[in-house]
Design a protein around this ligand. Structure first.
Ligand SMILES: Nc1ncnc2c1ncn2[C@@H]1O[C@H](COP(=O)(O)OP(=O)(O)O)[C@@H](O)[C@H]1O
Ligand SMILES: [Mg+2]
Length: 236
């Protein structure tokens, strides 16, 4: 079980200094939790805190009762925490296959690298030897990032707006990819109704930096009635 205990994250000299304020959440094990809420409410910040890319100002993060707050990104990755970024990075001089192999050494084998790409709807022969640089479109890069996260695997899989830029790949394939993952706690940041619909639990971020987590059955109807949500769904 992943527990966020009284987490605050502040930045100095920013327009809004208190990005997350005293948040406590328990993410149910081996379930899909979709985090949603207004832009700028701190959703990506929370995923970065869980992955260890950012350190909280106060509070702690526990995985199976172990306090992982002091652990590095690498140690957390070795414990099975995997993050697929909202905005993946491009790499000059590195091929897609090499990138997949960093995520999972078994991808050095061509067939394994190709299956990883196929899982995200990419025709492997067109991509496996391509450079993971600016020659890839945003959507292609996003799918490759998803393929790397899936190839690495883990018990805690964090996906930050996985649908962003993926226009041509049907949502059914994307949602099926998530629902077919076994034995992992999946946390997805998304505004998309189709992704909210596959959630077991929803975590709703508020503009004031607070968050609530409850079952989809309880939260989805409330979210769909709020003006903020209607606005968000018009935007996407
Ligand atoms: N290092 C930083 N310095 C200043 N402001 C930041 C920093 N990191 C995040 N923010 C601000 O914190 C807020 C939350 O950001 P983010 O977690 O990316 O929001 P979300 O993913 O919910 O859209 C935003 O207003 C963002 O501009
Ligand atoms: Mg974000």
């Amino acid at each position: 079980m992943l527990n966020i205990e009284n987490i605050s994250y502040k930045v100095q000299n920013a327009q809004r200094e208190d990005i997350l304020q005293n948040i406590s959440l328990s993410f149910p094990e081996n379930k899909i939790t979709v985090i949603t809420g207004p832009n700028g409410s701190g959703k990506s910040t929370l995923l970065k805190l869980i992955a260890g890319i950012l350190q909280p100002t106060s509070g702690k993060i526990c995985l199976n009762k172990q306090d992982i707050t002091p652990l590095s990104v690498t140690k957390r990755a070795n414990l099975g925490i995997t993050l697929a970024w909202q905005q993946p990075v491009r790499f000059k001089g590195i091929t897609v296959k090499q990138l997949l192999t960093f995520a999972n050494p078994n991808c050095a084998q061509l067939s394994t690298a190709c299956s990883a790409l196929a899982r995200v709807g990419l025709c492997a022969k067109n991509y496996v030897n391509r450079l993971a640089d600016e020659s890839l479109s945003g959507g292609e890069l996003k799918r490759i990032e998803l393929a790397c996260a899936l190839a690495k695997g883990g018990n805690i899989l964090l996906f930050d707006e996985p649908e962003a830029g993926i226009d041509l790949w049907s949502f059914t394939q994307l949602t099926h990819m998530f629902t077919s993952i076994q034995n992992a706690t999946i946390i997805i940041v998304s505004h998309q109704t189709k992704i909210l619909e596959i959630a077991d639990y929803i975590c709703l971020f508020q503009e004031d930096g607070s968050a609530i987590l409850d079952t989809k059955q309880k939260l989805l109807p409330k979210i769909q009635q709020t003006p903020t949500c209607q606005k968000l769904q018009e935007e996407v």
